[in-house]
Design a protein around this ligand. Structure first.
Ligand SMILES: CC(C)(COP(=O)(O)OP(=O)(O)OC[C@H]1O[C@@H](n2cnc3c(N)ncnc32)[C@H](O)[C@@H]1OP(=O)(O)O)[C@@H](O)C(=O)NCCC(=O)NCCS
Length: 147
């Protein structure tokens, strides 16, 4: 059922469906406009949004991948709820890794919330491990950090 799904860079006409996918997967946050995120990633030579698309163009999944010259990072990994558990998430991660390796990046990083045991188990099952670090952050417009 996922055999006809291919992974390719996002195109203009995917954008609305991509936001809907992220909403369905609860990946959006009130302080991030997803369309702004899509626009910035697509404007950057150091970032890409890969989508999993069915033959009829329907979007089944996504991953945003980018690098800053040192490490690659993934965001917005999402598989349509109806298609989860069929290997698409793993395929998307592997495609992001291929993109990063082609950019010369030796390592992939990603962030998950500490309480998100389900996603942690998914990443562990495809070869990722936890590295103890403290993530520091600051909004550049000076607003309070929050959660
Ligand atoms: C996380 C997510 C992308 C996984 O995609 P998926 O297509 O369901 O996962 P896959 O079918 O590719 O699973 C790959 C492997 O992970 C394993 N796996 C998946 N979910 C798992 C879980 N909850 N616990 C343990 N293993 C899990 C699968 O068994 C499979 O292992 P296998 O290759 O040995 O068979 C998907 O569940 C999703 O979109 N979740 C909502 C959005 C989200 O939380 N994204 C991550 C943001 S950090």
């Amino acid at each position: 059922m996922t055999d006809d799904i291919t992974i390719r860079p996002v195109i203009d006409k995917d954008q609305r469906a991509l936001v809907d996918l992220w909403l369905a997967c609860e990946l959006t946050r009130p302080w991030n406009d997803p369309l702004d995120d899509i626009t910035r990633a697509r404007a950057s030579a150091e970032a890409e949004i890969l989508v999993a698309a069915a033959a009829d163009g329907a979007l089944a999944g996504s991953v945003m991948v980018g690098h800053e010259g040192h490490r690659a990072w993934m965001y917005y990994l999402a598989v349509s709820p109806a298609l989860q558990g069929r290997g698409l998430g793993k395929r998307l991660v592997r495609a992001a890794e291929v993109w990063a390796a082609a950019c010369g990046m030796p390592k992939m990083h990603l962030l998950i919330r500490p309480e998100n045991d389900r996603v942690r188990a998914f990443y562990e099952s495809i070869g990722y491990g936890e590295q103890k670090r403290v993530m520091m952050a600051r909004w550049l417009d000076g607003r309070p950090l929050g959660d």
